[in-house]
Design a protein around this ligand. Structure first.
Ligand SMILES: Nc1ncnc2c1ncn2[C@@H]1O[C@H](COP(=O)(O)OP(=O)(O)O)[C@@H](O)[C@H]1O
Ligand SMILES: [Mg+2]
Length: 349
């Protein structure tokens, strides 16, 4: 007890009800869930778990735990926030995080390109600028001792960017992110998506935040052109991978010349020729959309989503409660850690 009679530790009995499977990523399943408190308190959250195929693999498990611990203090409007790392009695870990209500940039792009439509360039640049701000924040983030962690995301791609119904763009999935001190690519596996990967990452050289700048440039290029900077079958093991030029001719003819210069810079094979930090890139992107006066804001994005994705704004009845992930009464030595207990019952799909 402290001197005003409050305990120094709170034994938090969390109950998390998984209500719906939202998506299956490469390695993870993500659920919409409710975090229950007392007096009917219920907060909408997302719960991410490793798919059973990967859950027993030490390497992926470490990566998953690493994601939670590395980014739990990153609080920024353009990064989905992580609240908790927990473990089921069977040993599987899960991450509780902010639920991002909206759609992925991948779905946003597919919606346009499958109908032969363009994404309005100012919106594309606005989305990229927001992600650049989120990256700049992560790159510059310091630990509690004030030491810069120099986090590199390493997997910036359209599946890892979500757009909320309020028009905010958020970066997710720091699963392969690392602090700079850990970035020597001695891994057996190459992690990240080849189509968005910087040449130095593909060559398994040490990467720094300029690698994320390249990947964001690749995402912007695809939003504007409907084509990826390199084909999915490009082989990162070959020498011509780094020399491969983006298909510039696929950009619309009316692409602003300054925007072209910006993309050429972000996509330079040599990191020294790119923007030297994500804030610099964010500034250049913002200049693009605001130089002629009032440019797009999150309200513009929201209005656009309301018009083109009306289903996102139609709320159905609340989904039935499915499997309950509940924290049991903790023993003294478990008090600092949330160990959850799995209750029987199917997950509503
Ligand atoms: N916080 C969240 N809120 C809502 N949907 C999410 C959230 N996090 C992830 N998702 C959805 O789940 C998918 C996979 O999540 P992700 O973290 O990228 O896992 P993976 O490591 O398997 O790629 C995402 O592309 C997105 O559609
Ligand atoms: Mg992902």
């Amino acid at each position: 007890m402290d001197d005003i009679g409050h305990p120094q530790m709170i034994q938090d009995i969390r109950r998390i009800v998984l209500t719906r499977e939202v998506a299956q990523g490469g390695m993870c399943v993500v659920y919409e869930a409710k975090l229950l408190g007392c007096e009917g308190f219920a907060k909408r959250v997302a719960v991410k778990m490793l798919r059973s195929r990967w859950a027993r693999d030490e390497r992926f498990m470490r990566q998953f735990i690493g994601e939670a611990k590395l980014v739990c203090d990153l609080v920024h409007e353009n990064i989905a926030q992580i609240y908790q790392l927990g473990r089921l009695p069977g040993g599987d870990y899960y991450i509780v995080m902010e639920f991002v209500d909206g759609l992925s940039l991948r779905d946003f792009m597919t919606h346009h390109f499958s109908r032969g439509r363009r994404i309005p360039p100012p919106l594309a640049v606005h989305i990229a600028s927001r992600i650049a701000r989120g990256l700049a924040f992560a790159h510059a983030f310091k630990d509690r001792q004030g030491r810069p962690l120099q986090i590199v995301h390493r997997d910036v791609c359209p599946n890892n960017i979500l757009i909320t119904t309020e028009g905010l763009s958020k970066l997710i999935d720091f699963g392969v992110a690392k602090a700079l001190s850990q970035t020597v690519m001695d891994d057996r596996w190459l992690t990240g998506k080849v189509r968005y990967m910087s040449p130095e990452q593909a060559a398994r050289r040490t990467v720094d935040f300029r690698s994320d700048i390249y990947s964001l440039g690749a995402v912007l290029f695809e939003m504007l052109s409907g084509t990826t900077v390199r084909p999915p079958e490009a082989n990162p093991q070959t020498d011509d991978f780094a020399a491969m030029h983006p298909p510039w001719h696929r950009l619309p003819r009316d692409t602003d010349s300054e925007l072209m210069v910006l993309m050429e810079r972000a996509l330079a094979a040599d990191p020294a020729r790119r923007h030297q930090d994500a804030n610099q890139m964010a500034w250049a992107l913002e200049y693009q959309i605001y130089k002629d006066g009032y440019g797009p804001t999150i309200q513009t994005v929201e209005a656009y989503l309301r018009e083109h994705f009306p289903d996102l704004y139609r709320r159905g009845p609340p989904p039935p409660a499915g499997r309950v992930v509940r924290r049991p009464a903790a023993s003294a030595d478990e008090q600092a850690e949330t160990v959850a207990e799995e209750m029987p019952g199917p997950v509503a799909r």
